[in-house]
Design a protein around this ligand. Structure first.
Ligand SMILES: [Zn+2]
Length: 384
């Protein structure tokens, strides 16, 4: 925490609990009169929810990774329908598109006017149209974050639209919606959620509020991750993971991330790797590199205590060492059959370029210690 104190922004309203998706029609009726529903490639998965929305609805399908083009098409669909509220029912990709559409409805213009890095980066100053985010996976925490990641294939890059005005008006989190999530998605989204609690916990931007969220999120990941993978119908485990994702989203939106996300962001733009799998493969090598760098620096680094505390929360043993925590993470990856990055075509020869791009990413600025180019390259080679 800096001498200047801290800021904390979050959704207008978070409604969480098993069965609460049934409240969606009431929420929408409070916010608008015509709704654009963004949903995944298979809307039938949530047919019950889509059938009873109450308002005249148009459905916009998000078949894969969010792109600039998809955001444009979503805005066009919303305007054609006369939508004044957006409901995003799906995983992180769907929610990011919903947030981008809601922002553009409120601010006008094109995604490239506002995109960081590859666009003009114009400030978002008008409120977004009301957006209700209904996550159906437990991972990104996009229901409570302030950005939407869009790919721009022409640039070979991903970049964010970002503003506190983009935080969804309502996050409606119903763990039951994740019960139909297949095991590989439970694994990749859950490992993303875990990473998004750990990185803010050791971040140089951590605050007392994000610490409290991250601690509880790590506790929930320890309780729910392996169990939700082993039995998708285990509602208690689904609840733990829904909370882990929600807490991680709030923590990262206010304390930033670290080298895992710095590298994963670049890898996501380079190869077709699910985001959570990239995070999972990088997690242990990044912790090891950070711990090595912290131990060789000035004594008393707070992040070392944090890594040890996280190890205690994950293993359930308060006396656990950082190495015990690493062993728990590696064991979890084995149990969840998480592949290395080589399985997605990433080759050793790409490590140099990925490391160089990652060093410039915004996530890297939250990392508890500055890693050298050689360290980043070694981390990538270990994650293959
Ligand atoms: Zn993530």
């Amino acid at each position: 925490m800096t001498a200047g104190g801290f800021e904390f922004a979050t959704a207008g309203r978070i409604m969480a609990g098993t069965g609460r998706a049934a409240e969606l029609p009431g929420v929408l009726a409070e916010l608008g009169s015509r709704v654009l529903v963004c949903t995944g490639a298979n809307p039938d998965r949530h047919a019950g929810l889509l059938a009873g929305l109450g308002l005249p609805a148009a459905v916009f399908t998000v078949p894969g990774e969010p792109t600039v083009e998809l955001a444009r098409a979503g805005v066009a669909a919303a305007r054609e329908h006369g939508a004044d509220v957006v409901a995003a029912i799906g995983g992180g990709s769907v929610i990011d598109v919903g947030k981008a559409v809601a922002m553009l409805l409120g601010n006008g213009g094109d995604p490239l006017d506002y995109l960081e890095v590859i666009g003009s980066g114009r400030a978002i100053i008008q409120p977004a149209a009301p957006c209700v985010a209904v996550p159906t996976t437990a991972g990104t925490g996009a229901e409570v974050t302030a950005n939407a990641v869009l790919a721009a294939p022409a640039h070979g890059l991903k970049a964010s639209l970002r503003s506190p005005l983009m935080i969804p008006r309502v996050a409606l989190v119903d763990p039951r919606l994740a019960v139909s999530c297949p095991p590989p998605v439970t694994a990749s989204s859950g490992l993303d959620a875990l990473t998004q609690c750990l990185e803010p916990f050791v971040s140089v931007r951590a605050t007392p509020l994000t610490d409290a969220l991250a601690r509880e999120g790590l506790r929930r990941a320890a309780a729910g991750l392996r169990a939700a993978y082993a039995d998708g119908a285990d509602l208690a485990a689904r609840e733990d993971m829904a909370m882990c994702a929600l807490l991680g989203g709030m923590a990262l939106a206010n304390a930033k991330l670290g080298a895992v996300h710095g590298l994963a962001g670049v890898i996501g733009g380079t190869a077709d790797v699910p985001h959570g799998i990239a995070c999972a493969a990088l997690l242990a090598p990044v912790i090891e590199a950070n711990v090595r760098a912290l131990r060789s620096g000035p004594p008393g680094a707070l992040a070392l205590d944090r890594y040890a505390e996280a190890a205690g929360l994950l293993t359930g043993n308060p006396g656990a060492s950082i190495e015990d925590g690493l062993a728990w993470i590696r064991q979890t990856l084995t149990l969840l059959t998480v592949p290395g990055l080589a399985a997605f075509g990433l080759e050793p020869g790409q490590a140099r370029d990925v490391a160089a791009k990652a060093a410039r990413s915004s996530s890297m600025r939250g990392n508890p210690v500055a890693l050298r180019h050689d360290d980043l390259e070694a981390v990538l080679l270990q994650a293959l």
